[in-house]
Design a protein around this ligand. Structure first.
Ligand code: FDA
Length: 325
């Protein structure tokens, strides 16, 4: 019953005027401009959070659009340095042209990662749908081979292939492998991915285990209590935790501005109280900060992705003071 009501609210919301969607979504998106993202990061820094900035936008249709993303992310690097923010970057490889012209896409990504490297910043390649899983992983391997170890990718627990991908990355990058593990946002076909909730949770947890066993850096990106609790017990089993130097004998190097081998990550506006609780317990917590002109498309996607969000929409409407990042 609650699920049905929630889905109906979401269905109605995405048909509402832009301003209404914007109002509902203001807790999930920093705003249209880089200054908006800087403002939110300055505010959330007081909650012991660190950040990863995402310029909104995904698959593009021309290489000119890729240039826009490159230029905008270069401005993000400048802003992070200028305001001394504890932040890295999250980029979508297709926004840099990976699906239009793989070679030029790679050149664009390399240019960004190189500039980030000179500012001591880390770049995370977000993982998009299964068409680009192999090429995204390959980009990370190639960049590491060119000496750029300040880059890592995201792996999706729901894909059957992910444990093999961890093995491949471990072989190629050794202790420098640096992951974000999430369930995966894309509803992939059942011949390549788990589709049932519990299977996805179990598979995601198995990836956390594998990453920790491999000595890798493991960013757990989930708002789901069973995933977070599992990760906490797995960390404990490895003797890892807040303020403890990474005890794993095969652990990678301690990274600048990163936790002792792991961190928790959440999206802006989602489960803030849980994030603050983790931060208070001393865990490193990173907030994904999306901003940009494409806020409308991003907001619609978030609403569609999680129909249970309908209850949040109703709450925002009835108790507007709660509608904040
Ligand atoms: P689940 O969806 O079960 O959510 C648990 C609870 O959290 C929900 O019941 C709800 O209360 C709350 N919640 C979750 N999502 C919400 C939302 N959008 N709005 C409001 N409440 C919400 N995926 C991918 O394919 N590639 C990627 O690169 C990334 N990157 C990424 C970065 C970060 C920092 C996070 C947190 C997530 C991603 N994801 C992603 C998305 C991820 O794969 C997954 O789709 C979502 O995090 C939802 O899964 P959860 O594990 O949070 O559980």
């Amino acid at each position: 019953m609650v699920g049905w009501v929630s889905k109906s609210i979401v269905a109605m919301t995405i048909r509402m005027p832009r301003w209404f969607v914007g109002w509902v979504s203001r807790r999930y998106v920093a705003g249209p401009r880089l200054e908006d993202a800087v403002g939110i990061m300055k505010r959330l820094s007081k909650e012991e959070a660190c950040f990863t900035v995402d310029v909104l936008g995904e698959e593009i249709s021309s290489m000119e659009e890729a240039q826009f993303f490159l230029d905008e992310y270069l401005k993000v690097i400048e802003a992070i340095s200028e305001h001394n923010l504890d932040s890295n970057l999250s980029i979508k490889p297709t926004a840099f042209g990976l699906l239009i012209d793989e070679k030029k896409g790679m050149e664009n990504i390399e240019k960004l990662v190189r500039t980030a490297h000179s500012h001591n910043l880390f770049v995370r390649l977000d993982m998009e749908d299964h068409r680009v899983t192999t090429s995204t992983i390959q980009v990370v391997i190639d960049l590491h081979k060119r000496g750029l170890t300040n880059v890592g990718t995201v792996l999706q627990g729901r894909l059957f292939r992910t444990l093999d991908d961890i093995n491949e990355l471990e072989t190629e990058l050794g202790p420098y492998a640096d992951y974000r593990i999430c369930k995966g946002i894309y509803l992939e076909p059942e011949d390549i991915a788990y589709t049932a909730y519990q299977d996805i949770v179990d598979a995601t947890n198995a990836c956390v285990d594998r990453m920790l066993a491999a000595g890798s850096y493991c960013s757990i990106a989930s708002h789901d209590v069973p995933v977070i609790e599992y990760a906490k017990s797995a960390l404990e089993a490895y003797g890892m935790g807040p303020n403890i130097p990474d005890p794993r004998s095969n652990a990678g190097p301690q990274r600048d501005a990163k936790g002792p081998g792991y961190e928790f990550q959440m999206l802006l506006g989602v489960r803030g109280p849980l994030r603050r609780k983790l931060a208070k317990a001393g865990h490193r917590t990173r907030v994904y900060i999306p901003y940009g002109e494409k806020w409308y498309e991003y907001s619609i996607r978030r609403l569609q992705e999680n129909p249970t969000i309908g209850t949040q929409v109703a709450k925002a409407f009835l108790m507007p003071w709660t509608n904040r990042p």
